[in-house]
Design a protein around this ligand. Structure first.
Ligand code: BGP
Length: 482
């Protein structure tokens, strides 16, 4: 239990998160060209009827109004991403000054309102021009083009941005690679490419770390990893081993690269034995080892469970629930002879079958701090739900409050045991385009009045969770023990 009236550490960053293509809109405006997510979201909208990224939450035009609401909420940080194709519409070459101006204004506005900007360099939205030119992240050329983009952005904003995040959720990109990238159909059966893309991202990550250290006075940089702690499905030793295998391939495979500069041995051996390992060229690992992360940022929504999987099973990657009806998960990741992810019967889930596990937050913070001993930051955490706007413009999102409260209490317990947690940036600051369910599935502390099919007036209405979080922040967390 949390100690009564115990405050969070001084300077703790009380924030909230968004990503560019999910909230900005203006997808083809002021010189910006399409990103692969603009194209992917349009195709998905066509198939499903969910919204696309063209207008999204119109943050591009309304960021001042949004930031004023963040200020009233009491936020002290705002995590957002930069759209590469707003800066370099073709991925490389000509800079789009209007795109640079937008982020200059956004960053200035954060600072004027006492919000620490936390900037993600890449959140799934590769310029489509680079996909057309050379298949995007599949091709090593992307690493040099990312360096050019990252150097430009980091140099430009270095005086005002101290906290940088490199690439959002490499682990999720591996699992859902055809949703997070546009991949030609004839390549989609080649699972090795998932890990090749990730290898290129590891190089890009290291380059970005080095650039921040070279260019930003006092700069801090880290990955933003999608992370689920993995429990054994039972106390059978073979399930415990399966959970360890799953941890190695789904978590340590990324974190060891970021924090130790090499690939987790057991995970890499499994990939090699199964023809999935990335091609590593001379010099790659030296580059990767040179990029040091100052902190680990974690996007945490749910924990997972793993069980023994016999070697004769067919391989599959993560399934998903598209319907928002409990129990309609399409499947679970199966790595033959290594592990199978399974439902954890001990935990309640969201309507999208994501296990709700506040203790998992405490578990992962403790575990990561013991393993890597660097400060930790939460850059996503939140509850996706169908929110209802009442006639008098209220949103009674009590389940979200409960979710955030229990997860923050878990963070505090980890802090009380000595874990250095420097910030909490829940997903999401405002309602925005879900990666899977348009505006049907909302996460925001602030409601955006639009639906998938109707833009309406895009007015902003604080939800009950906004006022609850405001109280938590004003008390520096002591209100969590009430
Ligand atoms: C994370 C992503 C976010 C966000 C969130 C919720 O994986 O970094 O971009 O969308 O998940 O996912 P969804 O929108 O599919 O519910």
């Amino acid at each position: 239990m949390q100690e009564k009236n115990s405050a969070f550490p001084a300077g703790f960053l009380w924030g909230a998160s968004t990503s560019a293509y999910q909230c900005e809109g203006a997808a083809g405006e002021d010189g910006k060209k399409a990103s692969q997510q603009d194209i992917e979201a349009a195709a998905y909208a066509e198939r499903t009827g969910f919204a696309d990224a063209q207008t999204a939450s119109d943050h591009y035009h309304r960021f001042r109004e949004d930031i004023a609401l963040f200020k009233d909420l009491g936020l002290t940080s705002y995590r957002f991403s930069i759209a590469w194709s707003r800066i370099f519409p073709d991925g490389t070459g000509e800079v789009n000054q209007k795109g640079v101006d937008f982020y200059n204004e956004l960053i200035d506005c954060c600072i004027e309102n006492d919000l620490e900007p936390i900037v993600t360099l890449y959140h799934y939205d590769l310029p489509m021009a680079l996909v057309d030119k050379y298949d995007g992240w599949i091709n090593r050329q992307v690493v040099a083009d990312f360096e050019n983009y990252a150097r430009f952005v980091i140099s430009g904003f270095k005086e005002r941005v101290k906290y940088w995040l490199t690439i959002n959720e490499q682990s999720i990109i591996v699992q859902f690679w055809t949703r997070k990238n546009i991949i030609r159909e004839e390549l989609q059966d080649n699972d090795q490419l998932r890990f090749q893309i990730n290898h290129h991202m590891n190089m890009a990550h290291a380059i970005a770390c080095n650039l921040v250290h070279e260019l930003v006075p006092g700069g801090k940089v880290g990955p933003a990893l999608g992370y689920a702690p993995i429990y054994a499905a039972s106390s059978k030793p073979e399930d415990a081993l399966a959970a360890l295998n799953a941890h190695d391939l789904k978590n340590a495979y990324y974190l060891d690269v970021y924090m130790k500069g090499f690939y987790n041995k057991a995970a890499m051996t499994y990939l090699e034995q199964n023809g999935l390992a990335p091609v590593i060229e001379p010099g790659d690992m030296e580059l990767i080892a040179s990029g040091k992360s100052d902190y680990i940022a974690i996007n945490y929504y749910n924990s997972e469970a793993a069980e023994y999987c016999p070697p004769d099973q067919p391989r599959s990657f993560a399934g998903f629930n598209m319907s928002g009806k409990k129990g309609e998960m399409s499947g679970y990741e199966t790595q033959p002879g290594f592990y199978r992810i399974c439902r954890n019967p001990e935990l309640e889930t969201t309507d999208w079958d994501w296990a709700i596990d506040p203790i998992g937050m405490e578990y992962l913070l403790r575990d990561l701090y013991s393993r890597y001993n660097v400060p930790l930051m939460i850059t996503e955490n939140g509850l996706g739900s169908v929110d209802v706007l009442t006639e008098d413009h209220q949103i009674h999102d009590t389940a979200r409050i409960d979710y955030m409260k229990t997860h923050l209490q878990a963070i505090k317990r980890a802090v009380d045991l000595g874990v250095e947690v420097i910030g909490y940036n829940p997903w999401s600051a405002i309602d925005l385009l879900s990666t899977s369910n348009g505006y049907h599935k909302r996460y925001g502390l602030i409601y955006v009045d639009r639906t998938d099919t109707e833009l309406k007036d895009l007015a902003r209405y604080p939800k009950d969770s906004y006022y609850w979080y405001q109280n938590v922040i004003a008390s520096n967390g002591t209100a969590l023990s009430d």
